[in-house]
Design a protein around this ligand. Structure first.
Ligand code: SF4
Ligand code: SF4
Length: 471
């Protein structure tokens, strides 16, 4: 069954649920919304859909005389008149600023708070410059190439903690983060930070500047704020799990996440603050503590907006004063008690299916202190080198099949999530409903006659596969 273009009548929907009488009455308010799933699942085919007024013609709107055209020699671009004119125009800009040095101009603009070139604007720009270099994008201290307030001759950025948190969120969106959550380190939550990242100890010292040695990463105690940035998976591709298509979406997300560290590090450096990367903690920990999402049965993070379709949660230590964000309760962790879908569908039984979470893990790889459904992680097929006879390549079905992993434009899913956040009475019903629509059951697709994976190749998704809205 195709879930990209599924169409279920209200009658079939009710029948599929096995509901009658009062139950149907209670559901009649939401049921009609299920009839137009097609409209919310993206373009109907792999074609570029244009507005009605765009017409195709045999020739472009601009006039072309092929007899006059010759092949262009790009060397013209970097020699002769082009460069002279180019240099002169650059000089003109600098002359207007009363300088001959572009660095001096940057400094002058920062000092004058010139709109578009304020310290904050330049910090953002510096954060993105890493994309054009071959610097390792994922280090504890960061590239440290961007200009600092000292170099620009201006005071460091100063704003309220609330405003600082907000600009991290705004900049984070440009850097590829869905959202940013914030916590202040204290003697309890500091236990979330790994003691060792596999090579170096992570230690906190009363020093002014962070530093690294062969054996340790040193976090100054003044870097008492942690912020976490969420990189997600492209939805349509994720839904094809298991196989190479979801793995491709994963790699795109990892690329974004890998650059996230450098972008935030260079951004905060220009604002005058430390920003320490490499995220030495369990992936779900800080997103849960900062309210980016809730802990799910699959030891994953489920967010109200994108369910379990997340790839990486980079987090950072900083001395920039930030306003902490609180943990959330949208009923999603509660939903997992009765749902169990990811556990049931996990091909390696890595995710437990017991109703109650426990305090005990499976082995030393599970950290203690959280009542959770612990993954037996060594058996997980999510690892890159996993191969088995049940399905091809990368797994990721727990992300794809989570009841909360839905396309973000489908209003009915918003209603389901809102109800689940206030009462658990309908949780079993919602789970049943998910099965009725055969969401997330494309594993062994070739055996089940499922067309989801084939549909992916016929659907024109958004850039990088991320469905977006501005909220
Ligand atoms: S990635 Fe696959 S094998 Fe690993 S926990 Fe998720 S469903 Fe199970
Ligand atoms: S599939 Fe169900 S049990 Fe698993 S994380 Fe999602 S809501 Fe929880």
């Amino acid at each position: 069954m195709s879930k990209f273009h599924s169409s279920v009548s209200r009658r079939d929907f009710m029948k599929g649920l096995g509901l009658a009488g009062a139950s149907i009455g209670a559901l009649s308010a939401v049921a009609p919304m299920f009839s137009d799933m097609d409209e919310v699942m993206g373009a109907p085919a792999g074609d570029l859909k244009r507005p009605w007024y765009v017409k195709e013609k045999d020739t472009p709107a601009v006039e072309i005389d092929w007899s006059l055209m010759k092949r262009y020699d790009k060397r013209i671009f970097s020699t002769g008149d082009f460069q002279k004119i180019n240099d002169a125009s650059k000089d003109l800009v600098l002359k207007l600023e009363g300088t001959t040095d572009i660095n001096e101009a940057h400094s002058k603009w920062a000092k004058a708070n010139t709109p578009g070139m304020t310290l904050r604007d330049q910090a953002l720009w510096n954060g993105t410059q890493i994309s054009r270099s071959f610097e390792p994008p994922y280090t504890f201290l960061g590239p440290q190439k961007s200009k600092t307030p000292e170099i620009l001759g201006v005071p460091k950025w100063s704003a309220t903690p609330e405003e600082n948190t907000r600009i991290l969120r705004v900049a984070g969106r440009l850097f590829g983060a869905f959202t940013v959550g914030v916590a202040e380190l204290n003697e309890q939550n500091i236990k979330i930070i790994w003691s060792n990242n596999g090579k170096q100890d992570i230690v906190f010292e009363d020093v002014d500047e962070p530093y690294t040695t062969a054996t340790k990463y040193v976090v100054p105690r003044k870097c008492k704020y942690v912020f976490v940035a969420d990189t997600r998976h492209g939805e349509h591709a994720t839904k094809t799990a298991p196989g190479a298509i979801i793995n491709s979406a994963q790699q795109i997300a990892y690329f974004t996440a890998a650059h996230m560290d450098s972008r935030f590090q260079e951004f905060l450096r220009t604002l005058g603050y430390s920003c320490l990367g490499t995220s030495p903690a369990g992936s779900a920990s800080w997103p849960v503590m900062t309210g980016v999402g809730e802990l799910g049965r699959g030891a994953n993070v489920i967010t109200p907006e994108h369910g379990a379709m997340h790839r990486k949660f980079n987090f950072f230590f900083t001395d920039m004063p930030l306003a902490p964000t609180k943990p959330i309760d949208a009923g999603m962790n509660r939903f997992c008690y009765t749902c169990k879908k990811c556990g049931i569908q996990c091909p390696t039984s890595t995710i437990p299916i017991e109703t109650e979470p426990t305090w005990e893990g499976h082995g030393a790889w599970n950290n203690s202190g959280v009542k959770a459904w612990f993954l037996n992680y060594p058996t997980c097929g999510g690892k890159f080198d996993y191969k088995s006879t049940w399905g091809p390549g990368y797994c990721g079905m727990c992300m794809a099949n989570c009841v909360f992993s839905k396309f973000d434009d489908a209003n009915v899913h918003e209603i389901v999530k809102a109800v689940a956040s206030t009462t658990s009475v309908f949780n079993a019903f919602f789970n049943n409903m998910d099965d009725t629509f055969q969401y997330g059951q494309n594993w062994r697709a070739h055996q089940m006659g499922d067309t989801y994976i084939e549909d992916w190749w016929n659907t024109m998704g958004p850039e990088f596969g991320y469905l977006t809205r501005t909220g």
